[in-house]
Design a protein around this ligand. Structure first.
Ligand SMILES: *Cc1c(COP(=O)(O)O)cnc(C)c1O
Length: 372
């Protein structure tokens, strides 16, 4: 199935009891046993499994071309389950530029638990090879990265991981399965914050992990989902699945708007740098063009002058909203260093923009007036 069809039909069958075209929300915590004590319909208790969660997982697995998917209550819960499925003493290679919550998870939760990790610049796959240790079990990629839009070559890094006997996981939140399918490029695991483009309307938190194979590692992550308990509610799953139905069309429109905004900003005298892989001048453009179908809706800019000037630009936007997060229909702008806190290595003059689905001319006019 093409993504346009899978997003509407995978996991989404006509309700067998009532014929409802849109699935009901199964707001139940528990399910009846048969007289012999068995669970003939497969469901026991909603932490273990719920029809809405099963629909979402089936659809996400189909979109990524995976064998199975495990859904969580947030992107970070999904990421943590992958790290927790490793063992204390194992080593992880992670990007130097990544969603700050992933970096904090490794530094402040997983390292005290016993996981070793290194952070490397993944724009050069050789940096990953150089960071390998005998106990390296996982290479974690985020591409395009957050907030610098660095591009990592998934196929090259997955091959380095494979030869070292390590798993390769890709945080595919920014690209979405519409524009990047890491399992086809050799990765073993794909992680999503469904909070972002997949939900798509800034109204639901969620996360998911998709596996190329339904193997012991995937089973361990499912065990952590059920027994750790960071599960999404039936309504969360319903909202995420409702968002997915328009995902391919939304993502393409986000990307079409983003390239126009990026081109405008690249020409602007007050902007020192535009980080957007769709620009031919972006150092990762060639790799992105090879491994992505479109370049996403996220970009970052560095404003001439420094932090105060960047803050002043963010203060003046009228249509674009000053808020964190991304992937919703509305455009958002954010001074990233201040949300990341004292450990941030993000340039202080950097603003991150989630380009929404407003008319691009209105977004450009808004930025133009904010830059005067
Ligand atoms: C938002 C985000 C996360 C974390 O997701 P939450 O749902 O906020 O926990 C992880 N990775 C990336 C790239 C993100 O943008």
């Amino acid at each position: 199935m093409h993504p346009e069809t899978a997003s509407i039909h995978a996991g989404q069958e006509i309700d067998p009891t009532t014929g409802a075209v849109i699935p009901p929300i199964y707001l139940t915590t528990t399910f009846e046993r048969a007289s012999d004590g068995s669970f003939p319909r497969g469901y026991i208790y909603t932490r273990n499994g719920n029809p809405n969660r099963a629909m979402l997982e089936t659809c996400l697995a189909a979109l990524e071309g995976g064998a199975t998917c495990v859904a969580f209550s947030s992107g970070l819960a999904a990421a943590m389950s992958v790290f927790q499925a490793l063992r204390p003493g194992d080593h992880v290679i992670a990007p130097d530029d990544a969603y700050h919550g992933i970096t904090r998870l490794l530094r402040e939760i997983m390292a005290p638990w016993g996981l070793e990790y290194s952070r490397v610049d993944m724009r050069d796959p050789q940096n990953v090879a150089a960071a390998l240790r005998p106990n390296t079990r996982l290479v974690w990629i985020e591409t395009p990265s957050n907030p610098l839009l660095k591009i990592a070559d998934i196929a090259a890094i997955a091959e380095i991981a494979r030869q070292a006997g390590a798993l390769c996981a890709v945080d595919n939140t920014w690209a979405t399965p519409v524009q990047q399918r890491p399992l086809e490029l050799g990765a073993d695991i794909v992680m999503h914050a469904t909070t972002k483009y997949i939900g798509g309307h800034s109204d639901v938190l969620g996360g998911a992990v998709v596996f190329g194979a339904n193997d012991a590692f995937a089973e361990r992550v499912r065990f952590l989902q059920i027994n750790g308990g960071a599960v999404p509610s039936p309504f969360d799953c319903w909202l995420a699945l409702r968002g997915i139905q328009t995902l391919p069309y939304r993502v393409r429109a986000h990307a079409a708007n983003a390239i126009q905004v990026a081109r405008f900003l690249a020409e602007h005298p007050r902007i020192e740098r535009v980080h957007y892989p769709g620009l031919e001048t972006h150092p990762g453009h060639a790799v992105a063009a090879r491994q992505m179908r479109g370049f996403g809706g996220m970009l970052s800019i560095e404003v001439e002058g420094g932090e105060a000037e960047a803050m002043a630009v963010a203060a003046k936007v009228k249509i674009i909203t000053r808020a964190t997060s991304l992937g919703g229909v509305e455009s958002l702008i954010e001074h990233r260093a201040s949300v990341e806190g004292p450990e941030s290595t993000t340039p202080p003059n950097l603003l991150r923009i989630s380009v929404g689905l407003e008319h691009p001319d209105d977004l450009i006019a808004d930025l133009a007036q904010a830059l005067t």
